[in-house]
Design a protein around this ligand. Sequence first.
Ligand code: PRP
Length: 214
Amino acid sequence: MRPLTVAIPKGRVTKQLAALFARASIDASCILADDRRLVRDSADGSLRFLLLKPDDVPTYVEFGAADLGVSGRDVLFERRYDLYQPLDLGIGRCRMVVAAPRGAEIPAVPRVATKYAHTAAAHFAKAGVQAEIIYVQGSVELAPLVGLAHLIVDLVETGTTLVENDLEEREVVAEVSSLLVANRAQFKLRRAAIEPLLRALGAAVTLDRGSSES
Ligand code: PRP
């Protein structure tokens, strides 16, 4: 039988994900190998991991190129995907916020720089604020420092990037964590392979939650 294919994001979450898989007794150590392979199989050949840019994970799963995926809520908020979302993995925790230069007065119609154009537009619309959204891909914190924007909408994990750029958090847009997502058809077809994986990951997440609360 072909391996169960799991699309995972390269980057900050990879280490946390490998640790979660290890706690669930699932062999995923290949995702930490320091090389450039984009397709990696577990030692027993039952799992195949695709290493992707975080923004691309839901696309691979939605189109069935991967059966399962690991995706941040930030990515899932930004575009509509037809995916099953069976489990919050409790990793990749951060929050999406509105931030501004410390103490700055914000005009009635602010310019807002962000990578999350749809999420930010929906947030300001809901608050009744007319905002001009400016799409940027990264280093978003730079925008208000050089007059591109008055505000930013971006992710904050430790808060270091905001502090070091003399910015302050003004509002929380959303709490973010990584979810296990599944292709709807494959979730049914490969249920026998997916269910034990889901159970083991679910137990590892519950264990993590217990240890972080105690
Ligand atoms: C993310 C995010 C912030 C930063 C927040 O960027 O966009 O810039 O991390 O983390 P902190 O609160 O712990 O400082 P990333 O490093 O992923 O790169 P990017 O700017 O290219 O998006």
